[in-house]
Design a protein around this ligand. Structure first.
Ligand SMILES: Nc1ncnc2c1ncn2[C@@H]1O[C@H](COP(=O)(O)OP(=O)(O)OP(=O)(O)O)[C@@H](O)[C@H]1O
Length: 282
């Protein structure tokens, strides 16, 4: 079963179109949602949750149509957007209001996240650093046994130790095989650590959505001399020239047995960076 199915999602702004976005997350897995600034990650997330009105497409969450079962779905998911309201209220006060909306609220679990993230519940929201606010928002989202967690850049304001802790929390959450996680990020090393699937969006269109291993297998990082660049240039997604020659990204299927340049496995960063400049030179 899929925890999330998005089919032909469309959203049109004056200067940007989310273009028939489709992807799904199988139950019990972590999907990383990657793409450069302005690619449409937040717009996808907000449109699928009906936080902005979409212009087309179908969204099924936990087997139910969001347009028919919106309230029910929202009590079964956790969503972290980085926006926290009520800056002058204490964590205790905000939590007391928040938990009323969630029949599965687990106070002991919530307290354990406060401990894990060293959060003082008597502090006001605006007394917390950005990273602490994020940890608090994540604690709220994790404390009602959500079956799907949707996290919009959950790691971006965190230091490396906190990021690592959080990624471990994510991995332990999906271990029960009941919960799935979609998280958008620019920090692709986080995905190297914990994502099972990757969806890559560029200019409002999905470039690919598949397992992380398949994504890496589909591309090759190549490097060689200026002469070798001439042999392979037309088949590269894009490339960067340097003092010794070039580096570039190519689809694995486009590698020829006669290619003499060095061929290796790309990182997710390589895939994103070279795709950003598709058809050109960095
Ligand atoms: N309310 C809005 N009105 C008009 N345009 C918008 C609105 N919200 C977003 N956009 C535009 O949609 C495009 C995609 O933005 P979005 O926030 O979805 O990108 P993103 O991939 O989440 O980027 P980032 O990684 O920087 O958060 C951008 O060009 C943005 O300016």
């Amino acid at each position: 079963m899929n925890s999330l199915e998005i089919s032909n999602l469309r959203k049109e702004y004056k200067t940007f179109t989310l273009n028939n976005v489709s992807f799904s997350i199988p139950k019990g897995y972590i999907m990383g949602f990657i793409g450069e600034n302005g690619a449409g990650k937040t717009t996808t997330i907000k449109s699928m949750l009906n936080l902005v009105k979409r212009d087309g497409g179908d969204v099924t969450i936990l087997g139910k149509d969001i347009d028919i079962h919106e309230m029910e779905i929202k009590s079964s998911i956790g969503y972290v957007s980085g926006e926290l309201f009520y800056p002058k209220k204490t964590l205790n006060q905000v939590t007391n209001v928040y938990k009323r909306f969630y029949p599965n609220w687990d106070e002991a679990l919530y307290q354990s996240y406060l401990d894990t993230f060293h959060l003082d519940p008597s502090k006001k929201i605006d007394e917390l650093s950005k990273g602490m606010q994020l940890k608090y928002a994540i604690s709220l989202a994790l404390s009602h046994h959500a079956e799907l967690l949707i996290l919009d850049e959950p790691t971006s304001g965190l230091d490396p130790v906190a990021r690592d802790n959080l990624l471990e929390v994510f991995q332990s959450i999906v271990e029960n095989e009941e919960t799935s996680i979609l998280f958008s990020t620019h920090i692709t090393s986080d995905l190297d650590k914990c994502a099972d699937y990757i969806t890559f969006i560029k200019n409002g269109s999905i470039i690919d959505s598949c397992t992380k291993d398949d994504m890496i297998d589909k591309y090759r990082f190549v490097g060689g001399t200026k002469e070798e660049l001439q042999q392979i240039k037309d088949r590269l997604i894009s490339y960067r020239e340097n003092a010794f020659g070039f580096n570039g990204l190519i689809k694995t299927k486009d590698v020829a047995t006669t290619d003499t340049c060095k061929i290796g496995q790309p990182s997710l960063d390589d895939i994103m960076i070279f795709h950003a400049n598709e058809g050109g030179q960095l």
